[in-house]
Design a protein around this ligand. Structure first.
Ligand code: 13P
Length: 253
């Protein structure tokens, strides 16, 4: 089974609910029928009800940008899997480098969050990737292999069908610096090889591995043409309907 291409937007801390409604209203006709890929928008928690409503009956799926691993309790500011599911949220980003960098997220908490999300029936977009110093030191392969192993610890092969890995080199996020298509292909390939080692070649071949980091309307086609790149996780360019549509078009070409 070959991997499904998934084009996902990560809005980060952008768009109010009313802006989300307007954006999805504009985007939906632009991407209608472009079904060679799955289309996902991961949005701030408060936008989810509006986004789910606006996307109803379209080919756009809605996700969150994080979720807590405990079912309920004294975790001020956090949101549970049940809360997301009740709103009709289908996907959730876990382990984004901004969570790791600014909010103390570790491979241990990423693994806990991933397990909780999968148990609740959510599809997980699991983010990992090296920082600039690690790439310069020549240890990118070791870093992404280690993250893959730790973040997927104790997760059954059967549950992997609901896991997408987003390879996001931290130095390429929001910087305008993009990994070359060759770098993206090579490192996504290392992640796939690691999944094959932990699980099986079958699981590795079926896994969607996205590239993220300054992917845009100009460079998407080249990146998506690479064998090991099965889609994109897009920040800045996912905030502009024309740019996001161009990336969906590249995945449908
Ligand atoms: P940019 O596309 O803005 O570089 O962000 C990438 C990203 O972090 C997606 O999760």
């Amino acid at each position: 089974m070959s991997a499904r291409t998934v084009i996902a937007g990560n809005w980060k801390m952008n768009m109010t609910p009313s802006e989300a409604k307007q954006f999805i209203g504009e985007l939906a006709p632009m991407v209608a029928g472009k079904n060679a890929c799955d289309i996902v928008l991961c949005v701030p928690y408060v936008d989810i009800p509006t986004a789910v409503e606006a996307a109803r009956g379209t080919n756009i799926h809605i996700g969150a940008e994080n979720v807590h691993f405990e079912a309920k309790g004294a975790f001020t500011g956090e949101v549970s899997t049940a809360m997301l599911c009740e709103l009709g949220c289908e996907y959730v980003i876990i382990g984004h480098s901004e969570r790791r960098q600014y909010f103390g997220e570790t491979d241990t908490t990423v693994n806990l969050r991933t397990k909780a999300a999968l148990a609740a029936g959510l599809k997980v977009i699991l983010c990992l990737g090296e920082v600039k110093e690690q790439r310069l030191a020549g240890i990118t392969d070791e870093v992404v292999a280690m993250q893959t192993k730790l973040d997927l610890a104790d997760i059954d092969e059967d549950a992997l069908k609901n896991v997408i890995i987003a390879y996001e080199p931290v130095w390429a996020i929001g910087t305008g610096l993009t990994a070359t298509p060759e770098q993206a292909d090579e490192t996504c390939g290392v992640i796939r090889k690691t999944v094959a080692e932990i699980y099986s070649k079958k699981a590795a071949d079926a896994m969607t591995i996205q590239y993220g980091g300054s992917m845009n309307d100009k460079n998407a086609a080249e990146l998506l043409a690479k064998k090991n790149v099965n889609g994109g996780l897009i920040g800045g360019a996912s905030l502009v309907p024309e740019k996001f549509t161009a990336i969906v078009d590249a995945a449908n070409a």
